[in-house]
Design a protein around this ligand. Structure first.
Ligand code: FAD
Length: 374
């Protein structure tokens, strides 16, 4: 009998964890190396909104549809510790201090908000609590033999078969320890940019988002909301409001291109961003205005130059894989990415989705000299 493959996964966000879960279900031995905390970055702070068909017409469509289906299956199979819920989704607009609209017919929304239409039904939109999703999926992977290690990956280890070998045989941690594996997956979210020093990979950028979590109890119904909000200054924000099954409501609206710190533990909000978000929430909803805020968060989503993720083999380097750059759909697309990467690594090709549009080689590699000083 052949021995189980040991796959080293760099990064314990939703993407790395989903890959570990599907690998573990196939009898492989994934090892997740996480620098800060599982779900400690965007995967624990995101909205957790899922949609079946919102990627229609783009290369992401098949991945998203497959993932939407897998989310429902995973929640049922693992007893839903991450509060997966189906819900209807609406769109609308609001103008700060303009209370003439009052068309929302929802007592939890202020008269500044006008609801213009339904964007999704419980058949097509859903929500998870993303931190619990990521942490519990990691636990489920561990129950199937996956390992979780705390450590900072600083380099790749080459296979012992000759000094000239470019084949990857593991990773080197900051402590100097080498963690060996048959293959290595880069899944470090926006920090995957650092891997362009080790591998011929295109650039991955971080785009910062701020969010608040309110303790709203039962004040809000199971309806997600996407709004266009005009501040008194004339600036337009795009708030998203997601009421979760645990009685909290997650709200975001403010993004920026602030620099990504090297250490994920050092991510901090932009000055004034949360105060601005709080003012907006007070204007939109009396229920939010009166609710305690239980978290003020900032995180970076990973973005590529063409907006599509990098999912596949690193060209020209045996044993090296990448899965990152999922932008605003990383929570949605984590399960199908985990499944596809597992098929690619263990079977040589993905069966459920076509990974060709996400091939890392489609974009020019970043010259590592541009990273100097990072
Ligand atoms: C405000 C906001 C709202 C969002 N809302 C949604 C949503 O509603 N629905 C949706 O589908 N998506 C959403 N997203 C997108 C989603 O959060 C991301 O696409 C997803 O979390 C990316 O997951 P990841 O595993 O690639 O990266 P991350 O979550 O960033 O995980 C990467 C991990 O790698 C670790 N790491 C970094 N460097 C090293 C190293 N050297 N060694 C070891 N480990 C390392 C980090 O500590 C981190 O834990 C949102 C994003 C933002 C910012």
């Amino acid at each position: 009998m052949s021995r189980a493959k040991r796959i080293v996964i760099c990064g314990g966000g939703a993407i790395g964890v989903a890959i570990a879960y599907f690998l573990s279900r196939r009898g492989a031995r994934p090892v997740v190396i996480e620098r800060h905390a599982v779900a400690g970055a965007a995967s624990g702070k995101s909205g957790g909104f899922l949609a079946l068909d919102w990627c229609r017409g783009s290369a992401l469509d098949r991945l998203a549809r497959r993932s939407f289906e897998l989310h429902a299956g995973l929640a049922a199979e693992l007893n839903n510790p991450w509060l997966y819920r189906r819900l209807a989704t609406y769109g609308g607009y609001a103008v700060e201090n303009d209370t003439a609209r009052a068309t929302s017919q929802r007592p939890w929304l202020s008269a500044a908000v006008a609801i213009t239409g339904r964007l999704g039904s419980p058949q097509t939109t859903a929500l998870v609590e993303p931190r619990a999703f990521t942490i519990e999926l990691m636990r489920a992977a561990q129950a199937h033999g996956a390992e979780l290690r705390r450590g900072t990956v600083v380099e790749l280890a080459r296979r012992a078969s000759g000094a000239a070998s470019r084949a990857v045989g593991g990773v080197v941690l900051q402590s100097g320890e080498v963690v060996e594996g048959d293959a290595v997956v880069i899944a470090m979210g926006p920090w995957s940019m650092l891997a362009t020093r080790w591998l011929p990979l295109p650039a991955v950028f971080g785009y910062k988002g701020h969010s608040l979590v309110f303790e709203t109890g039962e004040a809000l119904p199971a309806e997600a909301l996407f709004l266009e909000y005009q501040e008194a200054s004339g600036e337009i924000l795009a708030p998203e409001l997601f009421p979760r099954a645990d009685g909290t409501t997650w709200v975001c609206a403010i993004s920026s291109t602030g620099p990504l710190p090297i250490d994920p533990a050092d991510v901090a909000p932009d000055e004034g961003a949360h105060a601005r978000l709080e003012a907006m929430c007070r204007n939109i909803s009396p229920a939010l205005a009166g609710a305690p805020i239980v978290a003020r968060q900032a995180c970076f989503r990973p973005v590529t130059e063409d907006g599509l993720p990098l999912i596949g083999r690193v060209p020209g380097v045996e044993g090296a894989y990448v899965a990152t750059g999922h932008s605003v759909w990383g929570m949605l697309n984590a399960p199908a990415t985990g499944e596809a990467m597992t098929e690619l690594i263990l079977d040589g090709a993905a069966h459920h989705v076509d990974l060709a549009p996400f091939a890392p080689g489609r974009l020019a590699r970043l010259d590592p000299a541009r990273l100097r000083g990072a």
